[in-house]
Design a binder for this molecule. Structure first.
Ligand SMILES: NC(=O)c1ccc[n+]([C@@H]2O[C@H](COP(=O)([O-])OP(=O)(O)OC[C@H]3O[C@@H](n4cnc5c(N)ncnc54)[C@H](O)[C@@H]3O)[C@@H](O)[C@H]2O)c1
Length: 292
C-alpha cells in the first residue's frame, strides 16, 4: 500500500512500515507543498494538521494512522464524510504524560533544590479530565498522601474512584479547592479556553498550575493577567512568544509524551493495527483473485 510518513517516529518503529508498505517519507514542511495522487495511507503525529485543504491533496486516502493520542490536529468530520478510517491508540502515552506531570509538580514545589520546599503531602491536587492520563496521574499520587479531587464530564465508576482515592466534585469546587491544578482534557470546541480568566481568578492565591493537555485549553491572556497569584506555573504546551513576569515558571516543549517506552508504544501500536488491516486487505484481494 502506498503510504506517506510525515515527520519522525520513535526510533526503531519506521522499519515496520518500510518492511510492509510502499513507503515515502516527507517532513511536515515538505508535506504542505506536495500533491499525493496515489497515497492510500498517511502516518502522522500531532504536529501535522490534516484538514480539508490537506485532504484534497490526498484523493485516494483510505487510512490515517495517528501516532499521537490527541487528534485535534485532524478534521474528524471530513474523515467521516470521505470514509477515511482513523487508526490511533488512546492511552498508549498515558504513563509518559503522567510521569512528566508529576515531574513538573515536584519541580514547582522545589523551586530551589538547595532551599526549603513545599511538600505534596496534605496538599489538595485537582485534576480536570480523569481519562487515561488523569487516572494515571491519580494512581501515581496515591503514594504521596495528598487529597485528590477531580472533575470530568463523564461519570467515572465508583470502584475506579475508590481504588484511586479520588473524589469527584463540580468544576468550580475543584478549581477553588486545589492547591495544585492539573489539566488533562482533549482540545475540542467545548474545551477551548475551558481554563479561562474566571477560572484563574477563582483559583487559590499561592496555588500551582500545570498544563500538559493542549495550549488552546488555556486562555493564556487570562493566565498572564493572574500569573502573580501563582506560586508556580508549569506548561508543556503553550503558544509561541508567551512571556511571564512570574519567575517560578517551568516551560517544556511538548515533550510530555516522549518517555522512551511510551513514545515507542504510541508509534508501534497504531502501525501494527494498520499493518494488520493492510494484510487483511491483501489476503482478501488474493483470495478473490484465486477464485476468479
Ligand atoms: N503534552 C503532550 O505531549 C500530550 C500527550 C498526550 C496527550 N495530551 C493531551 O492530553 C489529552 C488527554 O489525554 P487522555 O489520553 O487522558 O485522553 P482521554 O480521552 O482518555 O481523557 C480525557 C478526559 O477528559 C474528559 N473531558 C472532556 N471534556 C471535558 C470537560 N469539558 N471537562 C472535564 N473533563 C472533560 C473526558 O471525559 C475524558 O475522561 C489529549 O487529548 C491530548 O490533547 C498531551
Amino acid at each position: 500500500m502506498k503510504t506517506l510518513l510525515i515527520g519522525d517516529l520513535a526510533p526503531g518503529t519506521q522499519q515496520y512500515l518500510e518492511e510492509k508498505t510502499d513507503l515515502m517519507k516527507v517532513t511536515n514542511e515538505k508535506f504542505l507543498a506536495g500533491q499525493y495522487p496515489d497515497v492510500q495511507a498517511v502516518v502522522l503525529r500531532t504536529f501535522t494538521t490534516l484538514g480539508r485543504e490537506e485532504l484534497a491533496r490526498l484523493p485516494k486516502l483510505k487510512y490515517v494512522v495517528s501516532c499521537s493520542v490527541g487528534v485535534n490536529n485532524i478534521d474528524l468530520e471530513a474523515l467521516r464524510e470521505k470514509n477515511i478510517e482513523l487508526i490511533h491508540c488512546p492511552g498508549t502515552n498515558a504513563n509518559s504524560v503522567a510521569e512528566h506531570t508529576l515531574h513538573l509538580m515536584m519541580a514547582l514545589l522545589r523551586q530551589d533544590p538547595q532551599r526549603p520546599f513545599a511538600e505534596l503531602k496534605s496538599k489538595t491536587v485537582g485534576i480536570i479530565g480523569l481519562g487515561y492520563i488523569g487516572k494515571v496521574v491519580a494512581r501515581k499520587l496515591l503514594g504521596f498522601s495528598c487529597k485528590v479531587i477531580a472533575f470530568d464530564v463523564l461519570e467515572i465508576p465508583q470502584e475506579v474512584l475508590d481504588e484511586l482515592h479520588v473524589e469527584m466534585k463540580p468544576f468550580d469546587t475543584v478549581v477553588k479547592e486545589a492547591d495544585i491544578l492539573t489539566v488533562h482534557v482533549p482540545l475540542n470546541k467545548h474545551t477551548q479556553h475551558l481554563i479561562n480568566e474566571k477560572v484563574f481568578s477563582a483559583m487559590k492565591e499561592g496555588s500551582f498550575f500545570v498544563n500538559t493537555s493542549r495550549a488552546e485549553v488555556i486562555d493564556e491572556e487570562g493566565l498572564m493577567k493572574h500569573q502573580e497569584k501563582f506560586r508556580g506555573i508549569a506548561l508543556d504546551v503553550y503558544s509561541e512568544g508567551i512571556k511571564f513576569t512570574n519567575t517560578h515558571v517551568i516551560l517544556t516543549e511538548h515533550v510530555a509524551a516522549q518517555g522512551e517506552d511510551s513514545f515507542k508504544n504510541q508509534c508501534k501500536e497504531p502501525i501494527q493495527l494498520f499493518l494488520e488491516k493492510v494484510n487483511a486487505e491483501s489476503s482478501t484481494a488474493s483470495q478473490s483473485m484465486s477464485s476468479f
